[in-house]
Write a protein that binds this ligand. Structure first.
Ligand SMILES: NC(=O)c1ccc[n+]([C@@H]2O[C@H](COP(=O)([O-])OP(=O)(O)OC[C@H]3O[C@@H](n4cnc5c(N)ncnc54)[C@H](O)[C@@H]3O)[C@@H](O)[C@H]2O)c1
Length: 309
């Protein structure tokens, strides 16, 4: 199958591209190398992809220009490109609005004309809001511009499905982690601090909980959504272990074999208090289940970050 992965130079998009190639598909990666984090990090993400004959990279901004050539002959679209992260969305609203909403609308419009077999849209648990321990029926109440723009994007995707029959499946990922995690994300920062023997600041009391998703599990759900997902449906994708930030910080220190000073700062505006996906729907429809325990996944992330220092 010929696949397009938007955001292919990013954390999840690069893993997804590798998985699709391993499954025997041809992959076109599309990315603008948004300066949200440094290009060299994204070039590293692409290291195993760049030289392959079954992979090509288009450096393109979804917000402008003609997208038709990128979609020509594409059978499956995986839309991972976005401005992620909650904190910066308060200050950088225009980038979130354009990369999450306008870019998605332009991709959907081009896809309406190119008629792919499937479009898998990556959304987020942040659409649910402060308490995100729920199934897909919960009323979305985003508490950040990030969550609000991502909710708008998934609603647009479903509007194209409803109005034009575009075969869309929406996935709501819950806190993805593992090798190549973005440099702004909490676990990357915690691991980096412990490896450098520097103090850690935990926002809030550290008792906020997450059901983190290991990146290979997230990718597996995404691939399955393309073949088994029901068009027009939304699926939660999340790991099954609910752990607090304090537990994660402690576990990282155990894995590295070093203790650092841990202090607490003010809570971040818009942060989720708890987020544990109820994944019954994905398990039943996609035949998917998370496989990697948080401890094993953190171990893999630590090993990867050791290679960066
Ligand atoms: N990482 C997580 O924990 C998480 C959780 C929930 C949802 N998601 C969603 O998963 C997707 C991937 O997230 P990630 O963590 O890999 O982020 P990432 O920033 O590592 O990857 C996103 C990529 O999209 C590209 N991009 C942004 N705007 C673009 C544009 N206008 N045109 C072309 N490319 C553009 C960026 O350059 C980047 O390489 C996003 O849609 C995000 O909202 C991520």
């Amino acid at each position: 199958m010929r696949c397009l992965v938007t955001g292919a130079a990013g954390f999840i998009g690069s893993h997804l591209s590798e998985r699709l190639l391993a499954d025997g598909h041809d992959v076109t990666g599309l990315d603008v190398f948004h300066p949200y984090y440094p290009r060299d990090r994204k070039e590293r993400n692409l290291a195993s992809l760049r030289d392959r004959s079954d992979f090509r990279l288009l450096e393109l901004d979804l917000r402008e220009g003609d997208l038709a050539p990128a979609l020509d002959g594409i059978e499956a679209i995986f839309h991972e490109a976005a401005m992620p992260g909650l904190l910066r969305s308060w200050d950088w609203f225009e980038e979130y609005m354009t990369c999450n909403v306008l870019a998605t609308q332009r991709l959907l419009e081009a896809a309406r004309l190119s008629r792919p077999r499937i479009l898998v849209h990556a959304s987020t648990s942040s659409v649910y809001g402060r308490v995100s321990s729920c199934d897909e029926e919960a009323l979305p109440r985003p508490t950040s511009p990030y969550g609000a723009t991502k909710l708008c994007a998934e609603k647009l995707a479903l509007a194209y499905q409803e109005s034009f029959g575009l075969p869309v499946v929406v996935l709501r990922y819950f806190s993805v982690y593992g090798p190549r995690q973005r440099p702004d994300m909490g676990y990357t920062i915690f691991v980096e601090r412990v490896l450098r023997d520097e103090p850690i600041i935990v926002f809030g009391d550290g008792e906020q909980t997450r059901g983190n998703t290991y990146v290979a599990d997230c990718v597996d759900a995404t691939v399955r959504a393309a073949s088994h997902g029901q068009v027009g449906q939304v699926y939660n994708v999340g790991g099954g272990e609910s752990r607090s930030t304090n537990w994660v910080v402690d576990t990282i220190q155990q894995i590295v074999g070093r203790r650092v000073t841990v202090t607490h700062g003010p809570p971040r505006p818009g942060e989720q208090r708890e987020a544990l996906a109820i994944t019954t729907k994905a398990r039943q429809s996609l035949g998917w289940a998370p496989r990697v325990s948080l401890e094993d996944g953190l171990r893999a992330q630590v090993e990867w970050q050791r290679t960066l220092t």
